[in-house]
Design a binder for this molecule. Structure first.
Ligand code: LLP
Length: 423
């Protein structure tokens, strides 16, 4: 069941009225349902309960330590892509032995930090990264656990900006070249080859690209075994999509069944890096209508609902033309009109919804932007010197602010007016 429901005409998150939280916290704010977070984590994880596996939540999708800690308690690990995300995962109490590190541009400092922390696996994405990792590990007197992220050249059939497994994308090592690199790595003194990794894209609504990828990975794993290189971990990345509008992604259990069927006979521990499928539908963005206005004079009249959340708070609509449902917090079955829901930012790309049929709303009304739990807060910025908004978690009748709204002071922290001495 969905934990964002109307009760007596008011939108509730679990057992609290969203408007009651807004009164205390102010708007805008991100609101997560703990029950939904847990249920979605378990829905994914339980699909693999009968096989050796580790679910490493993709920290980039929703990185609040309050949320990471929750998944840690449920037995999850973390998929990180920066030293910053490693810092967060450790702060959330996730064991380094459940942390895997992906990303095409790991710096020397980041590799050092990962090694020093004793993480489970580095997903290496280039020959130069392998050499750097080998050198840094050697300098530290340790051995780096390595998987290569291979690029299988499979079309995930998703938005071009979030496709990562095509040969033309910057990610991974072309699958045809990977074998030679494994052989090379096996000879190196300070790395230990342990895995094969892959992530072909995000918001996938089909199972076929995953299966096609897995078939290619299996061939590689078997070829490596024949060469005496044993693969312990097979990391299949993230990417399972969710319903924002009318998409029909596979259910996590369906995804799990398809993967397990393909894998029979392979003796590996599976690693997954899901983000969106776990948190996407577990969060909403609550915003207040500031103004309504009609702009006439163009080809057709345009109705605008100006809210206090902008593209700096939720970048997905402007960046990917992404669809997010919007509901009034007070149930409204009145007449509807076609509107653009826009923010206060000085850009025409600052919109949350375009040409959306929506109930007539008034100044001061609260709206809930749906399915923003993934890549919502984490992609927010301070553009237009706007403090990043609060994050709140609900559990039953209780709520906790898991990230305070930023203050104006904090926004200029570290800035100075320079004093140059003229000569
Ligand atoms: N693993 C790696 C290496 C990734 O790059 C990603 C996402 C994931 C796992 C998690 O993928 P997921 O399960 O969430 O699909 N900002 C975009 C999405 C970017 C995805 C980047 N990589 C959006 O808002 O749609």
């Amino acid at each position: 069941m969905n934990h964002f429901q109307y009760k007596n005409g008011q939108l509730f998150c679990e057992d609290i009225a969203v408007s009651d939280i807004a009164k205390e916290v102010g708007t805008p704010f991100y609101l997560y349902s703990k029950a939904t977070l847990m249920r979605h984590f378990e829905a994914f994880d339980s699909g693999f309960k009968d096989v050796d596996h580790l679910t490493c939540f993709a920290v980039k999708s929703c990185s609040n330590i309050g949320i990471l800690a929750l998944f840690g308690e449920l037995g999850g690990g973390a998929d990180i892509v920066s030293g910053g995300e490693l810092f967060r995962a450790l702060k959330a109490g996730i064991s380094p032995q459940r942390i895997i590190y992906s990303g095409v541009g790991k710096t020397e400092e980041e590799l050092h930090y990962g090694l020093e922390s004793g993480i489970l696996l580095f997903n290496v994405e280039s020959e130069q990264e392998l050499q750097r990792l080998n050198r840094v590990a050697g300098d530290m007197g340790v051995t780096a656990p390595v998987a290569f992220r291979v690029n299988p050249d499979v079309d995930p059939k998703t938005h071009a900006y979030i496709s990562t497994g095509l040969a033309k994308n910057k990610f991974g090592i072309p699958i045809n070249e990977a074998f030679d690199l494994y052989v090379q790595a096996a000879e190196m003194a300070n790395v230990e080859v342990q895995g094969v990794s892959c992530h072909i894209g995000s918001q996938l609504t089909l199972i076929a690209p995953f299966v096609e990828t897995l078939r290619k990975l299996k061939v590689l794993v078997e070829r490596l075994a024949n060469q005496g290189i044993r693969i312990k971990y097979l990391d299949l990345g993230g990417g399972v999509g969710i319903t924002y509008d009318d998409e029909t992604p596979p259910h996590p259990l369906e995804y799990a069944e398809a993967i397990k069927e393909e894998l029979s006979g392979l003796d590996v521990t599976l690693i997954f890096e899901p983000g969106r499928v776990i948190v996407g539908n577990a969060g909403i963005l609550v915003t207040e209508v500031q103004y309504t206005k009609v702009n006439r004079g163009g080809e057709k009249e345009k109705n605008f609902v100006v809210v206090d959340a902008g593209m700096n708070d939720l970048a997905r609509p402007s960046l990917y033309d992404a669809y997010h449902g919007i509901q009034t917090v007070k149930e409204n079955n009145g007449p509807r009109q076609v509107v653009d829901v826009v923010g206060p930012i000085c850009e025409t790309s600052d919109f949350i919804a375009k040409d959306r049929e929506f109930p007539m709303v008034e100044q001061g009304e609260l709206l809930a932007v749906l399915s923003v739990g993934a890549y919502g807060f984490t992609m927010s910025s301070n553009y237009n010197t706007r403090p990043r908004v609060a994050e709140v978690m609900v559990s039953g009748r209780q709520f906790a602010i898991i990230r305070e709204r930023e203050s104006l002071e904090s926004l200029i922290q570290g800035e100075t007016i320079p004093k140059f001495v003229e000569k």
